[in-house]
Every structure is written in C-alpha cells, then in structure tokens.
Design a protein around this ligand. Structure first.
Ligand SMILES: [Zn+2]
Ligand SMILES: [Zn+2]
Ligand SMILES: [Zn+2]
Ligand SMILES: [Zn+2]
Length: 445
C-alpha cells in the first residue's frame, strides 16, 4: 500500500502526514511503518529537504527487519509481526493487581464531517459504528457489572445519544439508527467531555469513570479553555482514552497522559480495532492519590449490593420504575421491592446496586488472571519436548528459523510454556487462553 498523504484539498489538514503518524512517544515502533523515503516524495515541496521529521526517528525500518523465509515467502514474517503485537498485551504483569470491576464508561464518538473521509473503508464513520458495536458487545461480555453511555460530537456540540445503562441491547440500539447519526460540522472535545463528565459526577468512588473517545478530526472547536476541562477531569478522577483516526494532536495526548488513559493513532482498519479493543480489560485501580482530588483508592470498603428476585413472565403486570412501562417480567429490588427491567443497575428508588450472581462471577477472572506463558527459547534443557501444542495439537516447528528474533518475549520455536504445568502451547492458543478462556487447559488454573 502506498503511503497515504493527506493532500492540500483536505479541509482539516495543512500538513503532510504519512499513514504511520502513530510512532511518536509510543517508542515501540510497531514495525508496521511504511515510511517511504521522504527525500523522493518531498522534491519540489522544499520543506525538510534532507531532514527527516523527528518522529520518524522513533521508527524501526520495517523493511530491514522483515525478511523472506527459505521459500521466499513473507507470510512467516507477517505472522510474527501480528503475534508480537498480540503478545505485547499479554506480557503485562500477571500478578494479582487491583482492578476496577465496576466500570462506568462514556463512549464519545466523533460525528464531525471529517468522519466521512474514505481513508478507511467504507468510511471512517461506518467503520467506527461497526467497531463500536463489536466493542460494546465485547465490553459487556468482559465487564458484566459495567455501564456504558454514548455521547456524540457534532456541529460544535456534545450530543447525548445513549443514557448510561448496563443493558448492552439499549446501548446498541442507541447507535443502531445510522441516519440519526449522520456526521456534520466540527467536533468539540470540550463540550463532549463536559457532557460526559456531568453524567458521571454522581457515581460512587469505588467505580471507575472512563471516557473513550473515537476522534477522526484534527481540530476541535471549543467554547472555553479545554485545559480547564482537563483539570476538572483529573480532579474527578476520570480516565480519558482516545483512539485517533487521523494523527496525533497535542491536546489529545495530554488528555490521555494526564488522566492515566491510553492514546493511539490507528494506522489502518485492523489497528483501529486493536486500539479500541485494548480498552476492554478493566483498568488497574490507581494507587496514588492525586493532589486536590477526591481520596483516591480508598481502603477496600465493603459495598452494598442486592441480588434481585426475578419475576416470571406469568406474574401480574406492573409498572417498572426505570421506564414506567407496564410489563410482567422484570426484577424486584430486594430492599424496596421496586420493579426494574434489567440488571445490573442501580435501583432508581433506593439507590441500591442490583446485580445477579453470574455477573459477579464473570467479573472474577480479571482479578486472578492466568499466568503469562513463558516463551521457550531453546529445547536444550527439555528432555522430551512435546511434538505438538497441548491446546490444539498443531505440530511445532522443528528448529528456529535462521532470522529468528527472540526479543519482545517471542519464542523462535513458537512455543509458550505454562509456568505451572509446563505444557507447551502455540501462539494462537496462548492468546486464546489468556483472552477468552481465562483458564489454562493444562493445569486448570
Ligand atoms: Zn423499565
Ligand atoms: Zn430499591
Ligand atoms: Zn495451539
Ligand atoms: Zn498450566
């Protein structure tokens, strides 16, 4: 793919930007860089004639690291790049860290005219809606005690698209009607963040407050000083994460860094999804109190939760307290006997948090993650190495390829060993066990 250059005709850009603007500050050099020699491209432009941009220095030249295998195929090298990216996530500390399992997230979606750009197929807007749907489903699957609300940025305003709710269907419904979300005008980060912040101000201290922004524009049109909003977010302990679709903006980077969120610029469609899905696992609870804010990380207080009574479909109809609808099915709050439509939720009458026990159980695995598998570098000290993966029985490579690279916790043999049961697993099983199963098939831990 040739580098994508945002040209002069593009309304929201007056700089030349290559596809891989991402590398700044990430330091990792994803190895996906497609930075073609700029000297060739820049002739006639007169700017930065021989001097590459500073951010380019952060890049490893991927065409130097990618090498063909014996058969002249690049497939192995490409697969290794993908595996490396996935594994990076798994290398996070596997010890028992404190995580927030009761999450509150406002998903802010950019509905400005820049979302109609076709650099991502079919358009940024359609792709965003599609990934947002997948994100919401996966998010609720992994965070059954969480709640999501949706805010849009359009015509310089923040627009409340979906109220904060713990019901995935309602969140999905909020973004299902495409014609109501038609992009237009300028985005306003400040208005959107203020709106998101106000809808989370009532939340208790034990829950996380997060804002995830999908941002396709290179401008923001704000009524006031956005740095004040940033200060307010820090004070309220709101974590802001941004997935940018165009390029890095200083204010976006600041918003994320100062609030403890993640920032990333999507290189292409797949990377966009990766960045978004990296935000699904619950964040680590912050240990340090920030000055001036509410007391961070309070001692592990007990919190009150109620297990509701489920009403059978045949029960006499009654009005629910959440929508004032007449229906037979629903749940009864154990404290005030009010009828609510869905769990988990906070009771509208008495404020009790109502959860069901499967929700609690499903949140549990985040607290006791499967230990990270160790990459097997050589088989010298293994007397009888297993010929195939313990998970899926795929045969392992006999010997490491010549250009094998053992950095970043990659195994040249494609073997990853459980520290407890010492079974070997392939890359795919490694990812599957840690992302989906949450239990080692070898030892059951
Ligand atoms: Zn209701
Ligand atoms: Zn109640
Ligand atoms: Zn396997
Ligand atoms: Zn094991």
């Amino acid at each position: 793919m040739p580098p994508r250059r945002i040209g002069d005709a593009d309304s929201d850009s007056d700089v030349s930007i290559l596809d891989d603007f991402d590398g700044v500050g990430r330091g990792k050099g994803k190895g996906k860089g497609k930075a073609i020699d700029r000297r060739v491209k820049d002739k006639g432009k007169g700017k930065a004639k021989e001097q590459p941009y500073a951010w380019e220095a952060a890049y490893t030249r991927s065409w130097d690291t990618v090498q063909e295998d014996e058969a002249g195929s690049l497939q192995g090298a490409v697969q290794e790049l993908i595996a490396r990216g996935r594994r990076r996530r798994l290398l996070a500390p596997a010890s028992a860290i404190r995580r927030t399992i009761i999450r509150h997230l406002i998903l802010v979606i950019d509905l400005s005219s820049s979302m109609m750009d076709r650099d991502m197929r079919p358009t940024r807007f359609d792709l965003m809606l599609q990934y947002a749907r997948e994100f919401i489903i996966e998010w609720f699957d992994q965070n059954p005690l969480g709640q999501i609300g949706i805010v849009g940025m359009r015509s310089g305003l923040g627009e409340r698209i979906g109220e904060m709710t713990g019901n995935p269907q309602e969140v999905l419904k909020a973004i299902s009607e495409r014609h109501k979300l038609e992009p237009g005008g300028e985005p306003s980060l400040q208005n959107a963040i203020d709106m998101a912040r106000s809808s989370m101000s009532h939340l208790p201290v034990h829950s996380s407050r997060e804002i995830t922004i999908i941002f396709g524009s290179l401008t923001t049109c704000d009524p006031g000083n956005i740095h004040d909003t940033l200060e307010d977010c820090i004070k309220d302990r709101i974590r802001i994460s941004i997935v940018a679709l165009a390029a890095e903006m200083k204010i976006c980077r600041d918003l994320c860094d100062k609030t403890g969120g993640q920032f990333g610029v999507a290189l292409n469609e797949g990377h966009f999804k990766d960045l978004l899905f990296e935000l699904i696992p619950p964040p680590v609870a912050r240990a340090l109190a920030r000055t001036g804010g509410a007391p961070a990380n309070p001692a592990a207080d007990l919190m009150i939760m109620g297990f509701p009574t489920r009403l059978p479909d045949t029960s006499p109809p009654g009005l629910c307290v959440c929508h004032s609808k007449l229906k037979s099915e629903g749940f009864l709050c154990p404290r005030c006997r009010a009828k609510v439509c869905d769990v988990p939720t906070d009771c509208d009458i008495c404020g009790l948090m109502i959860v069901s026990s499967p929700h609690l159980a499903r949140s549990y695995h985040h607290l006791f993650p499967v230990k990270a598998y160790q990459a097997v570098i050589s088989l010298e000290d293994t007397p009888n190495p297993a010929p195939s993966c313990h998970g899926c029985s795929t045969a392992f490579r006999e010997a490491a390829p010549a250009m094998a690279n053992t950095s970043d916790g990659m195994s040249p043999l494609g073997r990853y060993r459980c520290p407890d049961c010492h079974n070997d697993f392939c890359t795919d099983c490694d990812v599957f066990v840690h992302d989906v199963v949450h239990c080692c098939p070898g030892c059951g831990k």
